[in-house]
Every structure is written in C-alpha cells, then in structure tokens.
Design a protein around this ligand. Sequence first.
Ligand code: HEM
Length: 445
Amino acid sequence: MISLPSPARAPGALPLLGHALPVLRDPFAFLASLPAFGDLVEIRIGPTRAVVVCDPELTRRVLQDDRTFDKSAGLLYSALREIGGDGLVTCPHDQHRLRRRVIQPAFGRERVVVYASVMNRHVDGVADGWKDRQKLDVVEQMSKIAADATADTLLSGLRPALTRRTTADLATLLELFPRRVLLPSAWRMLPTADNLRYRAARSRIRQTFGAVIAERRADHRAHDDLLSMLIESRDAERSGSSLNDTDVCDEAVALFFAAVENTSAALAWTFHLLAQHPTVERRLHAEVDSVLSGARPSADHLARLDTVRRVVKEALRLYPPTWLVGRVAVADTELGGHGITKGTNLFYSPYLIHRRADIYDFPESFDPDRWETERGPTPSFIPFGVGPRRCVAEQFALTLTMLAVAAIASRWRLESLPGCQPRRRMGVALQPGGLHMRAVTRRGA
Ligand code: HEM
C-alpha cells in the first residue's frame, strides 16, 4: 500500500484556496479538464483534498464497493444532511440496506404503472394553465409538475401543504446549497443574512413535513403510499421499534428534494434541447401524434415512444442532473494502481464521464440517434449511478419524464426566446439557470 503512487495532482492550486476559484468560476470546464491528467486526479478545495475519478471502470469499482467508499462523511454529505438528515440518500453503509428495504417497494415496476395516471393528471394540471404564446419560467413549471406528481403518488397528504411558501423555501435551500458545500464549515455557523435565510427555510420545510406526518400518525385510515410504508415500517434490527418521526421526516424531505430537483432539471434540459434541434423536435411530434392519436399518454404507450426515449436519454447524457457525487474512503485501499488513504474524499461525475471524447463520438453534440439500439455504450452511461446506491427511483423518474415530454409535446411547442441561453447552474442538480421559453399551441393538436 505504502509503495503505491498517489493520484496525479491537478495543476493550478493556489495557497489556501486550492482550486476553489476555477471550481466556483466554471465547475464544468474544470471537471472536463481533469481526465487529461489521469484516471484519478487530486484537487483541493481550500484545505480539503479530494480525488476525482475520471475513468468509467474505476467509477464502477468505487460505486460497487460501498463498504470501502461510503457516504459517511465528506464535503457534500455534511451539507446534504442539513436538509435531509440521515435519509436513504445520505445515510452511511451500515444503515443503508435497512432503509432501502423499506423504501424500495414503493418504486416497483407495477406500482410505477399505477402512478402513471396520477402523474398525467399533474402534467395536465400545470400545462392546462398555459396560454398560447405565454412566456414560461421552464424550471419553475417543471418543478411544479415534479412536486405535485411526487407528493400525490408517494407522499399523499403533502400536496395541499405545498404552498407557495414551501416552494420558495425549497428554492432558497437550492440557491444557497453550493456555497454551503464549498465554504468552510465554520462559516455555516455565522449569523450572515444568507445563513439565517437558509436556516429559516430549512426549519419551515421540516415543520411542514412534520405536521403532515403527525396528521398521518393520528389518522388510522389505510393509505397505500410511501409515507405509510415509512411510518409503519417495523425495524426488527432496531428492537422492533418503528422509524421515529425524525427518521420519517428525513426520508420524506430527502426524497422530495431528490425528486423535484432531478426530474425538473431533466425535463427543462429536454425541452431546451428540443427547441434547439427542430428536426428532432418535428420527429418527436410526429411520433407522439401517431402513437397517442389524441389520447393522454399511459404507461402502455411508453414502449412505443422510441424517439421520446432516445431524446430523454440523450438529454440525461449531456446534462445529467446528478452531475457530481461524493464518497469517502473508510479504509486505506488501492484504486487503479494508486494508494487511497483512509478519509480521502472522492467524487464521481456522470457529467465528466458522459463527455469523454474517447467514449462518445462528438460528445458535445445532441444526437438522440446514438441510442438507436439498446446496445449503445451503456456501461459509461450513468445518470442514475451504479451499484447498491443506484437511484431507487429510476423507473419512477423515467416514467414521469417520458410521460411529461409526450403529454406536453402532443399539445405544445416550447420555443426558445431570442438571446435566452441558459447557463449550467451548479446546485444540488445541474439546472438550466435562467431558462425562459414561449409556449405555443400546436395547430390541430
Ligand atoms: C431524472 C431524475 C433523477 C436522476 C438523474 C437521479 C439520479 C440519482 C443518482 C445518480 C443517484 C445515486 C447517487 C449516488 O451514487 O450516491 C440517485 C440516488 C437516489 N435517488 Fe435519484 N435521480 C432522479 C430522480 C429521483 C426521484 C424522482 C427520486 C424520488 C422519488 C429519487 C430518489 C433517490 C434516492 C432516495 C437515492 C438514494 C438511493 C440509495 O442510496 O440507495 N431520485 N439518484
């Protein structure tokens, strides 16, 4: 172990700051520059060292071995834990299998088929409110679809509580999140205006979820949703007691965040890319018109919406919402011939892997037809992660995204506005910052 070489160091680190400036300035360009230095590249954010895994095979090795490369600590998780506690997204390996067993059944294939009609209702609920030629804040509209559909399928009872206040609080947490990851932890404790705003938003959101959970505990009627599964779960390994209210609240908040942030990003980028590629957009419209023949899309239609599938997949390749994810080595270990010491922060990035020119031809181009056959280069396509911590809601997310794209495209074109170029916004998810588009009714639709 001692004789193994350390990973290569990324050049350009400044004293005290390390690589914080290029990361804050353009994290995407910085990430994309790293594979030139090696399969594993060490960077520094202030005093903290981290290793970025640039090779797809080594990424898989890290993700498959969640005992050695855990989520127990690290830059990202301490900030994420402030929002969702020790829920499934953030919990360490020793709690993970148990929590996943409780939650997984809510995302089984048969259940997702049942959710499809509820999802449709919420896509219509949002799109029916649009007027011809109305300018839309696309992320806001897609977040509303994702929030309403998630609340109604998984956390019923929450939807009426999703007031404007909760949505605004969610936006505050997401806006301030990157700074909480990058700036020193002592800074988070200071009573700055941003820190106070962050704390107030977080505690209001937890109060809202807490009230819904208390109501559900008091209500003895049967509810067939994830919230009930969480409340009723008997945790044999914890001496027969059920998850307490804080555990349930952690899970519900974290799931809700993961759902809204990621799905809205996937939808918003998809519509942006379609508007930028009119030939693909026309093909998608023709497919939707012919497969749906005026009906609302259902889970049965999805298998025949091949262009929709390819377009969504290509949007997830170019703009994977979960673009950077962390792990911590909990023991000294070897990776790709390098020594990794206990306590090292590691990051993997679907964004970085999806844009490697040695894996994808013309990686910067939007080309849905690269997914013509399912035999595409899938081992290096990792928008939902890999291994035991792979997204528990992949089917749910793909179903919601494809249904929403098909349902909206059957009646609307979302047109780019002149001069509106969204920027890649670094948040919990990779969002298209500032994306406004015009909703135009499709003639004859
Ligand atoms: C397009 C949408 C989505 C994308 C791209 C996405 C992506 C991901 C990725 C990459 C991971 C693995 C992170 C890691 O390796 O640590 C993950 C985990 C997770 N996602 Fe998603 N996600 C999406 C939608 C959702 C939705 C809709 C939900 C909930 C309803 C959700 C809940 C979760 C949870 C709970 C985990 C943690 C799983 C575990 O550790 O066992 N995600 N997601």
